[in-house]
Design a protein around this ligand. Structure first.
Ligand code: FAD
Length: 393
């Protein structure tokens, strides 16, 4: 096994970086995880964890812990924004688990990160907090803002959408604003009238806007992501607060569920949605990018964190079966097409969600008819995505 005894340096202790650290340590690498924050913490938000991500967590030996803190939605329901009429649904639960060999779950991001960090520490990962990386050298070393360097056999850049490592060698990579912003937030379920608490993942679609709602932490919380098309630019970042009144104004003419949930919102954050063109390559010799650092994507098919989990497994497995430069090349060849397809699929999704004008009622009618005639239509569309298992590649 070629990772045994090798030194791996990973920058970024988010979902992707911690999963990669655990996967490398499990294969015998001396693994160092560097995070710029003073603690390994995730923002207060939910995450949809599709079966392809669960398969990685199962293979990492974390499946039971994840299941104990996650919830299991019964379906994804697509509804129109004003009357909340059901247009199509994707049954989840046992049927989906049988279809893909792992469940579709909802989890609080902090709970997922806690389980990963616990696993990484137990596997012997050395965690270094308050260490902000500034770049790398091809030897390779991971370099820090303080001027220090950490030498390793391989350096992994898991430092997210604004990756310092990507910036160093892909300076021409320029994202473009989509003209869409997303608010996120959590609302206590008991602040919403009982009949309006969503039991399933609910996707409400209106002209130029959509709203995703789902229960979290055993139904105690409702997670929301609300997307609006607008000309005004907003920054790309998880923690930029906005006044909940702006959110309520944007969705004021929506149906009772949207108004009840957003009406109960006391704290929200606004995120500008940007399209990042796929990179021409993900590595530079012994330095390799993964997760949002390699392929940031729009959140419309809930796959960014799941792709980071897939990357983590594949990268550790390739580094274990090949020497470093070949292992990195193999990882890229296994992952690039799939990640690019997910990026472009996510981009196309907003058009369907935000329909306006005369086409809208026609397409909504079509969705209802197809949904009634072929109940598995919604599931089958994503077989290529949720049915994939990187742990058997
Ligand atoms: P990150 O989670 O961004 O982690 C990067 C880490 O690196 C952070 O801890 C950061 O502090 C650290 N860091 C950054 N710079 C440095 C540096 N210079 N030095 C050291 N450390 C550094 N995905 C899903 O799969 N399902 C969903 O339901 C879902 N919902 C989403 C909803 C919204 C509104 C958005 C915007 C995204 C959503 N995503 C979802 C996408 C998902 O959040 C990201 O794709 C995922 O978090 C990427 O993980 P990562 O580890 O690559 O990066």
């Amino acid at each position: 096994m070629t990772l045994d005894g090798k030194t791996v340096a990973i920058t970024g202790g988010g979902i992707g970086g911690t999963a990669a650290a655990l996967a490398c340590a499990q294969r015998g690498a001396e693994t160092h995880l560097f995070e710029r924050a003073d603690a390994l913490l995730e923002v207060g938000a939910g995450l949809q964890l599709s079966p392809n991500g669960m398969k990685v967590l199962d293979a990492l030996g974390l499946g039971a812990r994840i299941r104990s803190v996650a919830s299991r939605p019964r379906a994804i329901e697509l509804r129109d924004h004003r009357h909340e009429r059901l247009l199509m649904q994707v049954p989840l639960g046992d049927a989906y688990e049988r279809r893909h060999g792992a469940p579709y779950l909802h989890i609080h991001r902090a709970d997922l990160l806690d389980v990963l960090v616990e696993g990484a520490r137990a596997a012997g990962v050395h965690v270094h907090l308050g260490r902000e990386s500034s770049g790398y050298t091809p030897d390779p070393t991971l370099d820090f803002e303080t001027g220090t360097r950490f030498p390793a056999d391989v350096v992994i850049g898991a430092d997210g959408v604004h990756s310092a490592l990507r910036r160093q060698s892909w300076s021409g990579h320029t994202p473009s604003f989509t003209g869409q912003v997303a608010w996120r937030g959590l609302v206590p379920a008991d602040a919403v009238p009982e009949g309006l608490v969503p039991a399933a993942t609910t996707l409400l679609m209106g002209p130029g806007r959509h709203l995703v709602l789902y229960p979290l932490r055993g139904g105690a919380l409702i997670n929301f992501v609300a997307v609006e098309e607008r000309e005004g630019w907003a920054e790309e970042g998880w923690s930029i607060p906005d006044d909940p009144a702006n959110l309520r104004v944007a969705f004021a003419d929506w149906g009772p569920t949207a108004r009840a949930v957003l009406g109960a919102c006391e704290e929200t954050f606004l995120w500008g949605l940007f399209v990042h063109p796929p990179l021409d390559r993900w590595s530079d010799g012994r330095m390799v990018l993964m997760g949002d650092a390699a392929h940031p994507m729009l959140p419309f098919i809930a796959q960014g964190a799941v792709m980071a989990l897939e990357d983590a497994w594949t990268l550790a497995s390739c580094l274990d079966s090949h020497d470093v430069p070949d292992g990195v090349a193999r990882y890229e060849s296994l992952r690039r097409d799939r990640a690019t397809r997910v990026q472009t699929t996510a981009q196309g999704q907003a058009r369907l969600y935000h329909l306006d004008g005369p086409l809208r009622p026609i397409i909504h009618l079509g969705m209802r008819m197809v949904g009634a005639a072929r109940p598995d239509f919604g599931s089958a569309r994503f077989d290529w995505l949720h049915g994939h298992d990187v742990t058997v590649d």
